[in-house]
Every structure is written in structure tokens, then in C-alpha cells.
Write a protein that binds this ligand. Structure first.
Ligand code: NAD
Length: 251
């Protein structure tokens, strides 16, 4: 018996990086997974679906912009109409914006809030509305070490990820007695396009606080999400789990 046999859910930002690795891991554990990412990432999203199918799993891609309420509602409806149920939501899509606080452009601030904060809230909202009416479920939100400590040159991102931690804690308490278990993860620097596309000097700054002096892998993050989503984590509620190789251990 695998951890998610018979279960179904969605992963946002699953075209790439942490989302892809986690979608593949849910499917390996028996889950049917809707791959939710933007239309511009269609080719990579379809590749995630192909990886899952090649391993004998079930998945489909639904173009979804998490900052749009109608598309998020459609995402939840699609999981339920296709697979008959919604057991888990991994609210992971996010973007990074850099810049010192006074140099951040208003449109960049608004965009990061729309995707990294409102997107997580919308995904929680529509998942919770379904789970409340159908006996519960599990939600994991992707925050960041930037949700736990300040980081120079990333004020908007830090603000957004602190907001994800706050939303997680609040909703976790509100819905725990309705059998909806909600937690967050706080990855450190992980080897995904978000980090690997940065200039070398910026990568070095991210690497610096990590005592192991290496980036984490998306698969290492995925295993933590699988654990948090499983019944093995039944008594973990409202937590933000650091997966950062010790980067914030001295913070
Ligand atoms: P990534 O860039 O590989 O993946 C992010 C995915 O989100 C992409 O596929 C992108 O198309 C998708 N996306 C962007 N905007 C979207 C939208 N509006 N709607 C739906 N999907 C959208 O990066 P990643 O590192 O895998 O990032 C995943 C999450 O992990 C993000 O929330 C990021 O902030 C967080 N995170 C990453 C790191 C890291 O070091 N890589 C560390 C901490 C937290």
C-alpha cells in the first residue's frame, strides 16, 4: 500500500523545480495529480505529465494562473470532476523579485503579491471550501527561508513569504477541527531554475549561509512535502518546516 493510493490532488507551479519533483513523488505514492501551471509553461508541464505517466502514474495538465480566482476555482473543479475527489493541495507556485526596498518597482511588488500571496490564498480558499464539505484534506504551502528571516535585496519576496507563513498558521487553526491539516515548507536555496538562472554572484550569496555549502535538490524538498501530506504527519498542524541544510539554524 502506497501513501496516496486512491487519492487525488493538485500541485501548482508543477512545470518545473520543486513543484515537478513533488508532483512526481505524489504520483509515485499512488496519487492522481493535476499539474497546474501557467499557459506559458505548457511544454514543461506536459513533460511533468509525461514523466509521471512513464512511471505508470496518472496526471493531467490544467493551465492555471494562481492569481486568478476563476482559474483556481476551475482547478479545484477539474480535480474533482476528473478524479472524483480532492485530498491534497500543494500550493507551490511562486516567483522571485530582487531589489533593495527603495528600488523595487510598484508593478513588481504588486505582481509578487498577486502570485506568491494572493495565489496561495486563492488555492487555500477553494481547496478548503471543497474539503470542508467532503470530510477534510491536507494542504501544504510553499513559503521559504525568506518567510522566516529577512534577506537583503529581496524585500518584496521576503514580505510575500512571511505572508504565506501567516496565512498558513491562521488557516491551520481555523480548520484543524474540520479535518483539514495545513502546513508550510521553508526551503533554503534549492537547485531549480529560480536559483540557477541568477548570476553567479547572487548564487554565491544564497549558498553562503548553508553550512553544507551545496544547494538542496527539488527531490529533497519533495520528500518533506510527501511526509507532511501523509497521515504520518497527523499531529503536525500550522508548522513551517525548514528544508534548508541548516541555513536558518543560527538565525
Ligand atoms: P521554478 O521557477 O522552477 O518553478 C516555479 C513555477 O511556478 C514555474 O513552473 C512557473 O511557471 C510557475 N508559476 C509562476 N507564476 C505562476 C502563476 N501565476 N500561476 C501558476 N504557476 C506559476 O522555481 P522553484 O524553485 O521550483 O519554486 C517553487 C516555489 O518554491 C516558489 O514558491 C518559490 O518561491 C519557492 N522557493 C524556492 C526556493 C529555491 O531556492 N528554489 C527556495 C525557497 C522557496
Amino acid at each position: 500500500m502506497r501513501l496516496f493510493d486512491g487519492k487525488a490532488g493538485f500541485v501548482t507551479g508543477a512545470a518545473s523545480g520543486i513543484g515537478r519533483a513533488t508532483a512526481v513523488a505524489y504520483a509515485r505514492e499512488g496519487a492522481r495529480v493535476v499539474i497546474a501551471d501557467i499557459e506559458a509553461s505548457r511544454a514543461n508541464s506536459e513533460e511533468t505529465v509525461a514523466i509521471i505517466k512513464a512511471a505508470g502514474g496518472e496526471a493531467l495538465f490544467l493551465p492555471t494562473d494562481v492569481s486568478k480566482a476563476d482559474q483556481v476555482k476551475q482547478l479545484v473543479d477539474t480535480v474533482v470532476s476528473t478524479y472524483g475527489r480532492l485530498d491534497f493541495a500543494f500550493n507551490n507556485a511562486g516567483i522571485l523579485a530582487t531589489g533593495f526596498t527603495a528600488d523595487i518597482e510598484e508593478r513588481d511588488f504588486d505582481r509578487i503579491m498577486a502570485i506568491d500571496v494572493k495565489g496561495v490564498w486563492l488555492c487555500m480558499k477553494y481547496a478548503i471550501l471543497h474539503m470542508k464539505a467532503h470530510g477534510g484534506g491536507v494542504i501544504v504551502n510553499t513559503a521559504s527561508e525568506a518567510g522566516l528571516v529577512g534577506t537583503p535585496n529581496a524585500g518584496a519576496y521576503v514580505a510575500a513569504k512571511h505572508a504565506v507563513v501567516g496565512l498558513t498558521k491562521t488557516a491551520a487553526g481555523e480548520y484543524a477541527n474540520m479535518k483539514i491539516r495545513i502546513n508550510a515548507i521553508a526551503p533554503g536555496a534549492i537547485a531549480t531554475p529560480m536559483v540557477l538562472d541568477l548570476p553567479k554572484e547572487a548564487q554565491d550569496v544564497l549558498m553562503d549561509p548553508q553550512p553544507l555549502h551545496r544547494f538542496g535538490t527539488p527531490e529533497e524538498v519533495a520528500e518533506a512535502v510527501i511526509f507532511l501530506s501523509s497521515d504520518k504527519a497527523a499531529f503536525i498542524i500550522g508548522a513551517t518546516l525548514s528544508i534548508d541544510g541548516g541555513a536558518t539554524s543560527n538565525a
